[in-house]
Design a protein around this ligand. Structure first.
Ligand code: CDP
Ligand code: CDP
Length: 226
């Protein structure tokens, strides 16, 4: 059977990675978290004290310290030079600066090429902000996941609580809204629903319910492209 690619885009905490991982497992596809790549560059910039505005130095970091993925029982680990940075990439310092780094056209150009290579032979579920519009405009399935800002802040709050991390709901909501604004208003590949993407509003829906909706869209498309 023809190996299709699935693009999942949407704003922060809309459930992209959770849903993408389950879909990839159920269909035997490879999951790729492109947000982790932008977070990876931001993490490296902090670690090596490189300015978030110094595009040339940031691209050098990407070339010298490639970000790789390792499939695990629970999903996926992110590695830089063999070091597991999965948790480090979720630190508030990285989250609060990643949108500055991801707005730089040179950084995007570089990472988009890496992402396109990963998906070149199909069978990939890739999540991010510009997968359906820029990275994989030919993807056979495109999903745009959304949820209200308060629902998304509640999800992040609960996620932190479960991990034993103290957080403030109002701060989380403000940070999410700020990041959505920056991601949607940048000049290069802003967060935007592709014209041919299926919009799935996950507000008030459980993970299982969203997975069922997305899988029925995927099965319908797979039937079409067989
Ligand atoms: O998981 P969460 O929704 O918080 O964010 P993420 O998917 O890890 O992405 C982190 C940031 O990377 C986003 O806020 C965007 O600024 C950037 N990003 C992007 O510009 N393009 C992508 N394809 C993926 C992420
Ligand atoms: O990748 P993205 O930032 O879009 O979101 P995520 O990290 O997959 O999901 C954020 C949080 O929302 C996680 O803790 C998920 O378990 C939770 N979630 C949920 O409660 N209900 C959904 N329908 C989807 C995700």
């Amino acid at each position: 059977m023809h190996k299709i690619n699935i693009a999942i885009d949407g704003p922060a905490s809309s459930g992209k990675s959770t849903i993408a991982k389950i879909i990839a497992k159920d269909f035997g596809f490879v999951y790729t978290d492109t947000g982790a790549m932008y977070r990876g560059v931001t993490y490296l910039a902090i670690k090596h004290q490189v300015s978030f505005l110094d595009e040339t130095a940031l691209i050098e970091l990407i070339e010298n310290y490639p970000i790789t993925f390792k499939q695990t029982d629970w999903g996926q680990a992110v590695l830089i030079q063999g070091e597991d940075v999965t948790q480090a990439l979720r630190q508030p310092e990285v989250t609060n600066h990643v949108s500055e780094v991801s707005a730089l056209p040179g950084v995007r150009d570089h990472l988009v090429k890496v992402q396109q290579k990963i998906a070149a032979s199909g069978g990939v579920v890739m999540d991010g902000r510009d997968i359906g519009t820029t990275v994989l405009p030919q993807a056979e399935v495109k999903i745009f996941l959304v949820a209200s800002a308060s629902e998304r802040a509640k999800r992040r709050y609960k996620e932190n609580q479960d991990k034993g991390i103290k957080s403030n709901y109002n701060t989380l909501k403000k940070e999410i809204e700020q990041r959505d604004y920056t991601d949607s208003h940048r000049e290069t590949s802003p967060l935007k629903q592709a014209k041919d993407a299926s919009l799935v509003d996950t507000t008030g829906f459980s993970i299982d319910e969203v997975v069922a909706t997305v899988e029925s869209i995927v099965k319908e498309k797979m039937g079409e492209v067989k």
